[in-house]
Design a protein around this ligand. Structure first.
Ligand code: 3PG
Length: 209
């Protein structure tokens, strides 16, 4: 795979409550033009959901999100995750994620955290929680002093605000949960998920990135 940040303009950040939803949800995202999913390790069935998608939807890159510990990183890899995302990064977690051999996006929210991740040898990272931590103006401000870092901002981003992030040169993609609203997933409205994905997939064309 090339850069994780260049696969999709919007990375769907998903909380799956019912493992039966995993495969149709992943298929709807692919059908809408988004062949990647960050499946968060926030529910007891998250690893089973990753396993099911990895086995049954070969067209999608299935990543594990909310990776907080080395054990999470290893369990996600063993379940078939093809990339890892964490909301923050400690030296121990960075080493564990690197140790899986998978591509990963460690979370950062301050310039010092960005510098620490760069120092560990990683130029691609998540900026989280994006809106609360300074949003697009923060990313714009650090582009010149810290030119080597590239970001996937996530947290509080919407279909409307996504374009302003995607227009920044140090942003590869944005992450968000707005593509998979809990009520839409719960009622199995995969056509609506596909529509939301298609709308988001079109954002790159509209950005200046
Ligand atoms: C994440 O884990 O990246 C966030 O929970 C996603 O943030 P959002 O729900 O505000 O899009």
């Amino acid at each position: 795979m090339g850069s994780l940040l260049d696969v999709v303009p919007v990375m769907p950040v998903v909380v799956v409550e019912d493992v039966a939803h995993a495969v149709p949800l992943a298929r709807a995202l692919v059908a809408g033009g988004l062949p990647a999913i960050e499946l968060t390790l926030r529910t007891p069935i998250a690893l089973d959901a990753i396993r099911a998608i990895a086995a049954e939807v070969p067209d999608i890159l299935v990543g594990a999100g909310t990776v907080l510990t080395p054990a999470h990183a290893e369990a996600a890899r063993d379940a078939g995750a093809t990339f890892l995302v964490s909301p923050g990064a400690t030296p121990t977690l960075l080493a564990a994620m690197a140790g899986t051999g998978l591509p990963f996006l460690p979370g950062t929210a301050t310039v010092s955290e960005v510098m620490a991740v760069l120092e560990a040898g990683h130029t691609e990272m998540k900026f989280f929680p994006a809106e609360a931590a300074g949003g697009a103006p923060w990313l714009k401000s650090i582009a010149s002093p810290v030119p080597d870092a590239r970001f996937c901002p996530t947290g509080g981003i919407t279909a409307v605000s996504a374009a302003s992030y995607l227009a920044l040169p140090n942003v590869g993609c944005v992450g968000g949960s707005w593509l998979t609203p809990a009520d839409v997933v719960r009622r199995g409205d995969w056509a609506e998920i596909e529509r939301l994905a298609r709308e988001a997939a079109g954002l790159r064309a509209g950005s200046a990135a």
